[in-house]
Design a protein around this ligand. Structure first.
Ligand code: GDG
Length: 450
């Protein structure tokens, strides 16, 4: 078999390579272990270029060659910030009203995809297998085919695929769907996403391409990290600071898809309607700031600052604060211990491709005394993790009831629910995800290359 070529918007930096941060990096790390491979994408740097395409920087570590290119500030703005994060991200999370469409950004998006194809082309060999990742790069397969690339090319979408009635709000949506014909296989997270994608293709007279491949984590590595972290100074400090209060934990990038204001209101409803928990529970929300140059994200931050202030102002005692809210990232190993220490995880996205935090929380638990997972129906993880308490994130009272149930649940029920969740997290891992996708890509009928 030829080499595996991974293409993603960002390529992990050398530091992340030794300790991958999320499911994509973990899953791919294992897929990359076998045989020779190449990982191509943006370096994360913006550099002013004077004419012509950037030249990829090559860096070989073991059997993996990392090939990165820089973007110009204009490409960064039009392709990454405006089109990928300001148009595709809201639309694919069912938030058409937040989409700021502009034809110039669409043109920059197509131009950057074509540039990715031109700069990748000289690095390719005829027997390579190419795996393209995520919404930044929908048109890349077609751009490569236009340059005569005949290799097998697969695509995986990490975010949801909404119904055609929403997708069609994007001017040029038909072109994106046509471009998807260049892929031999298109993977999405859930059967619902696959159905939406295939229906969109069908109404446009195109053959189906979508198949569900739910992404997972490396549960053994995460469990080991959580166990180790319990002995560390941070968990000890957290534990001492709680002074016997139960811990409810939320961990999310600060993003409007994650349902944070609704979640804060749910916790507020718990304090209002179940006063017995006042002083006996603490909600810790870790929400590292992301995409802060996009206005919607700055607005969300202001809203959360205000909500936290209001709830803490109304319910705090001089020796107890209901919400602790951190907008900086915590080290992964510290986070793992916090998951294990928490009596409940509150994960309530309004829409999420999968949600790896839910899986990490389950993997981190102590089997003898596990915590309770509260999870939104609208996370891609929900259909296969329905032994958690599933909630509608739009209803603060339902979140409050779920919190009350979690905080008062007996050990036997917590164990039964957790065991079922743990079976799911251990059977659908990052490694099995990448292997299943690659197997299906190899077996997929070859698309017409003429
Ligand atoms: C996209 C899709 C899909 C979070 N805060 C900190 C931190 N994290 C880590 C978590 C987890 C990762 O970031 C977040 O992954 P999610 O899956 O929850 O969400 P997205 O970032 O939106 O990822 C999503 C995923 O792609 C994979 O396909 O599941 O639906 O939206 O690993 O632990 N890590 C550290 N400090 C933090 O403060 N170190």
């Amino acid at each position: 078999m030829g080499r595996l070529i991974i293409v993603s918007n960002r390529v992990p930096s050398p530091r992340e390579r030794s300790q991958p941060a999320g499911g994509l990096a973990v899953g791919l790390k294992d897929a990359l272990r076998e045989g020779e491979s190449l990982w191509f994408g943006w370096s994360g740097k913006q550099v002013q270029l004077h004419g012509g395409d950037p030249v990829p920087r090559l860096d070989k570590v073991g059997n993996v060659t990392y090939a990165t290119i820089d973007l110009t500030p204009l490409q960064y703005e039009g392709f990454y910030q405006n089109f990928s994060n300001g148009i595709l991200w809201p639309l694919f999370h069912y938030r058409v009203g937040l989409m700021n469409y502009s034809r110039t950004d669409w043109e920059t998006y197509l131009a950057v995809n074509a540039m990715f194809a031109r700069t990748l082309l000289p690095l390719l060999r005829p027997d390579d297998v190419i795996w393209v990742h995520d919404y930044h790069l929908f048109p890349l397969g077609q751009a490569l085919r236009d340059l005569g690339v005949k290799c097998r090319i697969g695509f995986f979408l990490h975010i949801p695929f909404p119904p055609w009635s929403l997708v069609r709000s994007l001017p040029g949506a038909e072109l994106l769907l046509e471009d998807m014909q260049s892929y031999d296989l298109v993977g999405v997270q859930t059967p619902e996403d696959a159905e939406n994608l295939n229906h969109s293709l069908e109404v446009n007279g195109l053959p189906p391409r979508g198949q569900a491949f739910p992404i997972g984590i490396d549960p053994d590595e995460f469990r080991a990290q959580a166990e180790k972290s319990m002995q560390g100074p941070e968990v000890e400090r957290l534990d001492a600071s709680l002074r016997g209060a139960k811990l409810v934990l939320g961990v999310d990038r600060l993003d409007y898809s994650k349902g944070l204001p609704e979640r804060f209101r749910g916790y507020e409803a718990l304090l209002a309607r179940y006063p017995e928990h006042r002083g006996k529970v603490t909600f810790l929300q870790v929400a590292p700031i992301s995409r802060d140059s996009v206005e919607e994200y700055r607005q969300l931050r202001r809203q959360l600052d205000e909500l936290t202030g209001r709830i803490n102002g109304a319910y705090s005692e001089f020796d107890w604060t209901p919400i602790r809210y951190i907008t900086r990232p915590l080290p992964r190993e510290v986070l793992a211990g916090f998951y294990r220490r928490a009596e409940a995880a509150l994960i309530t996205p309004l829409r999420d491709g999968m949600n790896l935090v839910a899986k990490e929380y389950v993997a981190a638990q102590d089997p003898a005394d596990p915590g309770v997972l509260i999870l939104s129906h609208f996370a891609g993880a929900a259909p296969r993790m329905d032994e958690g308490i599933l909630v509608n994130p739009y209803d603060p009272d339902e979140i409050a009831d779920a919190l009350h149930e979690a905080l008062t649940m007996g050990l036997a029920e917590r164990r039964t629910r957790w065991q079922a969740l743990e079976r799911e997290v251990s059977s659908t891992t990052a490694v099995s995800w990448a292997a299943d996708f690659m197997r299906a890509l190899q077996a997929a009928p070859v698309v017409d290359r003429s």
